[in-house]
Design a binder for this molecule. Structure first.
Ligand code: CP
Length: 373
């Protein structure tokens, strides 16, 4: 009897919105078939809604020990290789945590000097070797399109395991865009959703793969207007603008950050990507990026309902004093990365519907809600 009461209390704690998300998720989920995750180009609106519902369900189920134990049993027979040969804190650790949530074992290569690549083994052979031992390869690489190339190599092999792009050169960071969209959907869930919002991208937009991926993915929403706020030398690439043109998305390019702050529903701040300077002659070091910062002095220009995002790591572009402002959601983004990546792995390995059923079951003992963690 006591057990039933506890369950009832837990379910009572679930917010109306969370309840709706989970039930909508389980009723409409058609188990989108996902294999490789290479580019945001792959994802439509329905997929974004499905993966967001799944990420929320995983987050809620994870709160109870019974739920966390159940999730950790789902993929305990799978192994993941984290092949990250370009520096990463969040993407690497959130994928590792996502694997742990679902019970997957992980191994990693983070430096080619510790693998047989140093003996002259090709990248293709290296990754084929990984596919002999692991069920998924999650990778970050400094070369654009590298994940797509590896997916093609594996597709032509006898062990075509899924490849997940955790950031490739300056071109794509699709799982960052998924977590960014999830954060936007969550931030605006009581404010009409993401449709019709104005999103401002700020900083080094030329070399920022997170901006390129998110700007493209936002075309899946209706009526979204985009601002690209950057010094002329670091303005967004023409290929992204052509993409927006093809999708009929209105946008504005400007160098004037102060004029955009009062009209934005979300500002997406980015740092100077000067790790690419050397290959480009170091000329970007002369640019004054200080003008593209949120500080106690200019935050008053931002609307009360707006949100401040950042893929991180940050430098000077968001003062630490801003961290406690209720509009700052970049630490929420970091945590959302773990939930959305767990959801992606669950979809790839075909356990998404099982998770949604666990979350939606009447009197589910796997759900414990309350303050977001
Ligand atoms: N946002 C992001 O990709 O962070 P890391 O480089 O730390 O993985």
């Amino acid at each position: 009897m006591l057990r039933i009461d506890k369950r009832q209390k837990r379910n009572h704690c679930r917010s109306g919105n969370e309840d709706k998300i989970i039930r909508k998720g389980v009723s409409s989920f058609m188990a989108s078939r996902v294999f490789h995750c290479l580019s945001t180009e792959q994802y439509d609106r329905k997929f974004l809604e499905e993966i967001s519902a799944l990420a929320t369900t995983i987050r809620l189920i994870s709160k109870s020990k019974a739920g966390a134990d159940r999730l950790a049993s789902l993929l305990s027979h799978k192994r993941a290789m984290l092949y990250f040969v370009q520096p990463s804190t969040r993407t690497f650790l959130s994928f590792q945590s996502a694997c742990q949530i679902l019970g997957m074992k992980t191994a990693d290569v983070r430096d080619t000097s510790t693998s047989s690549e140093v003996k002259g083994e090709s990248e293709a052979d290296t990754v084929r070797t990984f596919s002999s031992y692991y069920d998924v390869i999650i990778m970050r690489h400094y070369k654009a399109d590298f994940a797509s190339y590896i997916a093609q190599v594996l597709n032509n092999s006898n062990r075509p395991v899924p490849v997940i792009n955790g950031g490739s050169g300056k071109d794509q960071h699709p799982t960052q865009a998924l977590l960014d969209v999830y954060t936007l959907m969550h931030s605006f869930q009581d404010k009409g959703g993401v449709d019709g919002k104005t999103i401002a991208f700020v900083g080094d937009l030329l070399r920022g793969r997170t901006v390129r991926s998110l700007a493209s993915l936002l075309t899946r929403f209706t009526g979204v207007k985009q601002y690209f706020v950057a010094p002329r030398e670091l303005q967004i690439g023409a290929d992204i603008l052509s993409y927006l043109d093809r999708h009929g998305v209105p946008y504005t390019l400007t160098e004037d950050f102060r004029s955009v702050l009062p009209v934005a529903d979300a500002v997406y701040m980015t740092r100077l990507q000067d790790e690419w300077d050397e290959r480009e002659g170091g000329e970007k070091k002369t640019i004054n990026i200080q003008d593209y910062s949120i500080t106690p002095e200019n935050i008053g220009l931002l609307q009360p309902h707006a949100v401040i995002m950042h893929p991180l790591p940050r430098r000077q572009e968001i003062s630490p004093e801003i961290d406690n402002d209720p509009r700052a959601v970049y630490w929420r983004q970091v945590r959302n990365g773990m939930w959305i990546r767990a959801a992606l792995l669950a979809m790839i390995f075909g356990v998404a519907e099982e998770i949604l059923r666990l979350g939606a079951a009447e009197g589910s003992s796997f759900l414990e809600t309350g303050k977001e963690k």
